[in-house]
Design a protein around this ligand. Structure first.
Ligand SMILES: Nc1nc2c(ncn2[C@@H]2O[C@H](COP(=O)(O)O[C@H]3[C@@H](O)[C@H](n4cnc5c(=O)[nH]c(N)nc54)O[C@@H]3COP(=O)(O)O)[C@@H](O)[C@H]2O)c(=O)[nH]1
Length: 528
């Protein structure tokens, strides 16, 4: 993914990371406040049913008592007893009805008049309920609720159900489940009430929050305006918003940290390793005297997704520091085998030099892997040279063990960039080596009469004394080549012969060189 895309994605993720926890905090606060209000309304509705059933129980008791009193209808004692029974808070009046006419009430005898209305429904214990009950003779024309059994009708003020239950102004409605409404305070929107009676449920709409309770044959609805939850909502927000803000800050921090990591050189390199973005170019290695191409040095390049190539000296130091060099070396080995395996199998005189990191030289972890891969491809170990810089010799004993093992397997081993390190020359005679690669900085001095130009002959003669091949790096002119040949340097590479090129171009160069100059010896070892 390109850096621009990473930045855009990071911005999108940071916005989402900030918005989602805040939105979640707001949503959760709303849900908690709504849930609390609905819980309160449910409780109110339940209390309303309790109040209704206890009022009806009072009425039933009064009806039983007057019925069982056995007093002469409308006698002073009968009227006194009816009056005594109206002392309960909910019972407003009692009427005695004979043949459809009210003969007397708890207030006294009346001129016989027709009783008000017929019964609307019967409760589970047989009480006949009329709601509203409006009669001039009973209840003085006020809308009441009539509870009837036998010859008696008890009048109850329906407002009493709802007034006592709630003091917060919530709308309360009690209805016979599946039947008419008995009482309502702060009347609900009629359409909403009708819908709740038809399909009882708790919930909220644009204006109202409502909850129901249903039991003992009664349905109670409690409702409050949406604004009723705002106080609780702010309380919830005060708790949850800081939490949401903390989570948002954490998420944004993580996104920033991840994107900075991803956009950092190390992040880029890590991703490149994961996506195997490395390619290998091959620079011809020549036998200087004969001009025969004896092999090539494998040089890694990082091809970024946009196609640009990154030079190894720009990423190898970071790769070594972060140990990403290990998977990079593995990818180089895989590329060499995949790209030049058939060429190497077809020409046993050809070899490829691979650069190994200090870590590899110290641990030797790549040797078994290399052995297995070469065997599978049919490539001889002698065809792969190992190059190590002096940085790999910091732990000289470990380096010696790895190099000895590599040579025992059949590989040749060369010291790369020789002369640029600070290691003691002492180790040279003890290390199991085949070649010294003289660094380009020394080759550049040839013919220039500079102070360091006198060092090159010493390096060449040291290699000879130690019985090692010398390989000159970075030969750019024929003058340099002639001088090196005259000093007995066996091999060399440089732009004079060829720049590092992709595998196919190198194979073509090698075939052309072989056709004109012939083949190198199959095994090139400085010493057994
Ligand atoms: N651990 C690993 N290190 C690697 C690997 N591949 C490369 N490297 C190291 O990176 C350094 C830079 O390499 P590169 O940019 O590829 O440069 C090489 C040649 O292109 C360059 N060269 C060769 N001939 C000439 C020349 O005539 N003129 C000129 N200006 N430059 C020339 O020199 C580099 C050769 O490198 P080396 O022989 O290895 O010293 C370099 O230090 C590589 O080692 C890898 O896979 N692993």
């Amino acid at each position: 993914m390109k850096s621009r895309h990473v930045v855009l994605l990071s911005i999108a993720m940071a916005i989402a990371g900030a918005a989602i926890p805040l939105a979640a905090a707001a949503y959760l606060s709303w849900q908690l406040a709504l849930g609390a209000e609905q819980g309160r309304l449910r409780e109110l509705a339940d209390r309303l049913i309790t109040r209704t059933t206890s009022t009806l129980a009072d009425a039933s008791e009064a009806l039983d008592a007057i019925g069982a009193a056995g007093l002469a209808p409308c006698s002073p004692d009968h009227i006194a007893e009816m009056r005594r029974l109206t002392t309960s808070r909910s019972i407003k009046e009692i009427g005695y009805v004979e043949q459809g006419l009210v003969k007397c009430t708890s207030w006294g005898p009346t001129t016989p008049q027709p009783a008000a209305a017929s019964v609307d429904f019967r409760t589970m214990d047989g009480l006949g309920i009329t709601a509203p009950f409006i009669s001039n003779v009973l209840g003085g024309g006020q809308p009441m609720m009539g509870v009837q059994r036998g010859a008696y009708t008890v009048l109850i003020d329906p407002q009493g159900f709802t007034d006592v239950v709630d003091s917060t102004g919530s709308g309360l409605t009690i209805a016979h489940d599946g039947g008419p409404v008995l009482s309502a305070s702060h009347a609900l929107d009629p359409a909403l009430l009708a819908s709740l009676l038809a399909a009882p449920r708790s919930g909220a709409d644009d204006n109202t929050i409502f909850a129901i309770a249903r039991r003992d044959g009664w349905l109670a609805v409690a409702a409050s305006p949406r604004g009723a939850i705002f106080a609780n909502l702010w309380r919830q927000l005060l708790i949850l918003l800081p939490l949401g803000m903390a989570i948002a800050a954490l998420l944004v921090g993580v996104v920033v940290w991840m994107s900075r990591r991803r956009l950092s050189p190390l992040g880029e390199l890590t991703r490149a390793v994961r996506h195997r973005e490395f390619v290998v170019h091959y620079q011809p290695l020549m036998e200087l005297k004969s001009g025969i191409c004896v092999g090539a040095e494998a040089l890694v390049r990082w091809r970024r997704p946009d196609g640009t190539m990154v030079r190894p000296d720009l990423f190898i130091p970071l790769a070594e520091e972060s140990r990403l060099i290990l998977p990079i070396t593995d990818q180089v080995i895989d590329a060499v085998i995949a790209e030049l395996g058939p060429t190497l199998v077809a020409d046993r005189s050809l070899h490829i030099a691979i650069n190994f990191s200090a870590d590899d030289i110290k641990t030797g972890r790549m040797l078994p892997l290399l052995e297995e891969k070469l065997r599978a491809a049919g490539i001889k170990p002698q065809q792969i040279w190992l190059e190590a810089t002096e940085r790999g010799f910091l732990d000289i004993e470990a380096a010696r063990a790895t190099m000895a093992k590599a040579r025992a397997m059949g590989h040749s081993v060369a010291i790369d960039d020789f002369g640029t390190g600070y290691s003691s020359l002492q180790y040279l005679q003890d290390l199991p080596l085949d070649a010294l690669k003289i660094d380009k900085s020394f080759i550049d001095t040839i013919g220039r009469g500079s102070a360091t130009s006198s060092v090159t002959p010493h390096i060449i003669s040291m290699a000879k004394t130690l019985g090692l091949f010398s390989v000159a790096e970075g030969i750019e002119t024929q003058e340099q080549a002639d001088s090196l040949i005259a000093q007995g340097v066996e091999f060399g590479q440089g732009w004079l012969y060829g720049k590092p090129v992709p595998a196919a171009a190198f194979a073509a160069f090698h075939a052309q060189n072989k056709a004109t100059k012939g083949s190198a010896p199959e095994i090139m070892r400085a010493s057994p």
